[in-house]
Ligand binder design. Structure first.
Ligand code: G3H
Ligand code: 13P
Ligand code: ZN
Length: 313
């Protein structure tokens, strides 16, 4: 099946009360692990490529590996998405690239009107080429980091602005700031998300798919394994799975995961090197690392409820 945009998978997720996993990929083993998992679970899937991934692997390699994955698994419902596109030029380059069906333009650091102008420019170009666009409004960051309510509200997505932004840009999905942040250190104290804000945004934006960035759960057994075998990840903490499920129930349709895959690989490799110091055949340790990615993604699919939901023409 050819690559698809996220339109159909989001519409069904929204109606069905589940979410689609969007997984960041940077190399062959991770792409294989993700695609093996979604094929086995018959789940719709979004592969995300950041600017950093493009710089690391090169787009020619990433494109060819994904094409190989589609040949290996012909029955996937798969979208390929630019994650955190920083400029119109990079978004355009990806829209012009047949492997991408979706792009994110991240103007969240800009003043509102500038974010609108940039997003609208990308939306117009993408829609003219049959592709879809995710934008971001608000600044990601743990709620408890900004103690004063006024400061907290300055960072979270504002529902009035969101309504205005969506109307002005015609964007296809919106990444919202609800208290999550990227990486392995999401909360200093107890995890807290602005669930009422998710409900309010869903009510106001009527049918627009909402996206949760920074949605890794940072499983403590992986953090402990990393630390046991020489790692240094003190107080790493993520979004509890029940909170993700609650947010999905209230309207989150796309859940972005990168950190948990990085942790799964790192914990596997650290343990392997500790237990097999004599091994230097990289296939011996990249194979279990790839399997750890697969297991992680299968688990995410269970948490998000998207298993068995792939629709393949
Ligand atoms: O949101 C950021 C993603 O985790 C991608 O990270 O820019 O290091 O590739 P990266
Ligand atoms: P995590 O760092 O929580 O995995 O978030 C990834 C992300 O939002 C990619 O856009
Ligand atoms: Zn992100």
């Amino acid at each position: 099946m050819p690559l698809v945009t996220t339109k159909g998978m989001f519409a069904r997720a929204y109606e069905g009360g589940y979410a689609v996993g969007a997984f960041n990929v940077n190399n062959m083993e991770v792409i294989q692990g993700v695609l093996d998992a979604v094929a086995e679970k018959n789940a719709p899937c979004i592969l995300q490529i950041s600017k950093g991934a493009r710089d690391y692997a090169g787009m020619i390699y990433l494109r060819k590996i994904i094409e190989a994955g589609l040949e290996e698994h012909p029955d996937l419902e798969l979208a390929v998405h630019l994650d955190h596109g920083p400029t119109f030029e990079l978004a355009k380059q990806c829209i012009d690239d047949p492997i991408f069906t979706s792009v994110m333009i991240d103007g969240s650091h800009l003043p509102l009107e500038e974010n609108i102008a940039l997003t609208k420019k990308v939306v117009d170009y993408a829609h003219a080429h049959g592709k879809v666009v995710e934008a971001e409004l608000g600044r990601l960051g743990g709620i408890e980091e900004h103690v004063k309510v006024s400061e907290r509200e300055a960072f979270l997505t504002d529902p009035d602005e969101a309504e205005y932004f969506v109307e002005k840009t015609g964007v296809d999905s919106l990444a919202v700031a609800i208290g999550t942040s990227h990486g392995a250190y999401k909360f200093k104290g107890e995890p807290v998300l602005a669930m009422d804000l998710v409900k309010e945004l869903t009510r106001r934006l009527k049918g627009l798919p909402l996206v949760m960035h920074g949605a890794s759960s940072v499983p403590q057994e992986l953090v402990e394994k990393c630390n046991k075998y020489g790692g240094k990840l003190p107080n790493a903490r993520g979004v509890p799975e029940e909170m993700i499920q609650e947010a999905v129930k209230y309207g989150i349709c796309k859940v972005n995961i990168d950190t948990d895959i990085r942790l799964a690989i790192t914990a596997t490799l650290r343990e392997f090197f500790h237990e097999h110091p004599e091994v230097f055949d990289y296939r011996k340790y990249l194979k279990p690392a790839r399997e750890a990615v697969k297991q992680m993604v299968m688990h995410k699919i269970d948490v998000l409820g998207c298993g068995g939901k792939a629709v393949v023409d």
